[in-house]
Design a binder for this molecule. Structure first.
Ligand code: T6T
Length: 312
């Protein structure tokens, strides 16, 4: 089991054994989208504390990269270890359906945390931010910062098939088109890699000298965009709206590299994930869809919103 000092929690008790459906089985496993990333670390902390409070163990098994071809063998191994429940952030909204169906067929309670499959028949419950609305909030924040100035606007997405960032990009695109002074020039995929995000921003700056705004749909795209704007000496001139609130993103907000962050509440996503799995295991009421908070943060109100900053 991975126990993080940052969480304060820890493992408790004996997780029991036997089959997935055995009521003595108190073993839960969390499979995040990628290892060592503040969003998922915060989610893990929330899940671990709640599991401990409910008398369950929570083991965390992340892939090295945000990639279904790495996440699927991890899921297969977890299925073989027969936990009672699996909390998973599927890294692809189609490719993870087969392996997740196998978990369900093995009698394991499957809960989606953050990302989700297109096929809604496999997970018992899905907990996430309202990502489309988050994209709209980002567009509104950008329009407010820009005022009556005009220019081009870029969206940095992660990987096609990531349910969350696709929804954010969609919400942003719809909302930004309401502002006639802002020209939406499309989205670039970055493979969820900060260095790729940085190079996409550099290339866009060369091709579009009127670039006035960038919406980075998650932590990695935002960190990369911040680096590119800093290197180009364009911070503040190009408004950067990020999603998530990692330590680097918060530093960038403070330094004026980022103008607004749409922060999620990953610890509550993890906590609710455990609650839904436990409800399913104990005959309680399971809620099919649950939404957690999103908050738009600027430098002016960052101190009041520090509870939304992610752990590392
Ligand atoms: O933005 C989060 C998460 O919501 C998304 O699904 C994938 O990227 C993050 O983990 C941040 O890197």
């Amino acid at each position: 089991a991975t126990v993080l000092a940052a969480c304060g929690g820890g493992q408790v008790g004996d997780s029991g054994g036997g089959t997935a459906s055995n009521s003595n089985n108190k073993k839960l496993t969390l499979i995040p989208g990628v290892k060592a990333e503040p969003f998922y670390i915060s989610m893990q902390c929330g899940a671990q504390d709640e599991a401990k409070a409910k008398g369950y163990t929570l083991d965390t098994q992340p892939p090295d990269k945000f990639d279904a071809s790495l996440q699927s063998p991890i899921l297969n191994g977890v299925i073989a270890s027969k936990p009672a429940g699996i909390l998973i952030a599927p890294t692809d909204d189609k490719a993870m359906a087969g392996p997740m169906q196998q978990a369900k067929d093995a009698g394991i309670k499957v809960v989606e945390v953050d990302t989700a499959l297109q096929d809604t028949s496999i997970a018992l419950s899905s907990i996430s931010s309202n990502n489309e609305q988050g994209g709209e909030k980002a567009a509104e924040a950008l329009a407010k910062l820009v005022g009556s100035k005009s220019g081009s606007v870029l969206v940095l997405n992660t990987k096609a098939g990531t349910s969350t960032t696709d929804a954010r990009a969609k919400g942003f695109e719809t909302a930004i088109k309401k502002y006639s002074n802002l020209k939406y020039i499309g989205q670039e995929y970055t493979d969820n890699d900060p260095a790729t995000a940085a190079s996409k921003v550099s290339a866009t700056l060369s091709a579009n000298p009127d670039l006035i705004g960038v919406f980075a749909t998650n932590l990695n795209t935002g960190e990369g965009a911040g680096t590119a704007l800093t290197n180009a000496g364009k911070t503040g001139q190009v408004n950067l709206i990020g999603f998530d609130a990692s330590p680097k993103q918060v530093d960038d907000l403070k330094a004026g590299v980022v103008q607004a962050l749409i922060a999620q509440d990953p610890a509550t996503i993890g906590k609710q994930g455990v609650d839904q799995a436990v409800a399913a295991l104990t005959g309680g009421t399971v809620q099919r869809n649950l939404q957690t908070d999103l908050v738009a943060i600027t430098k002016a109100d960052m101190d009041a919103n520090s509870k939304y900053f992610y752990k590392q």
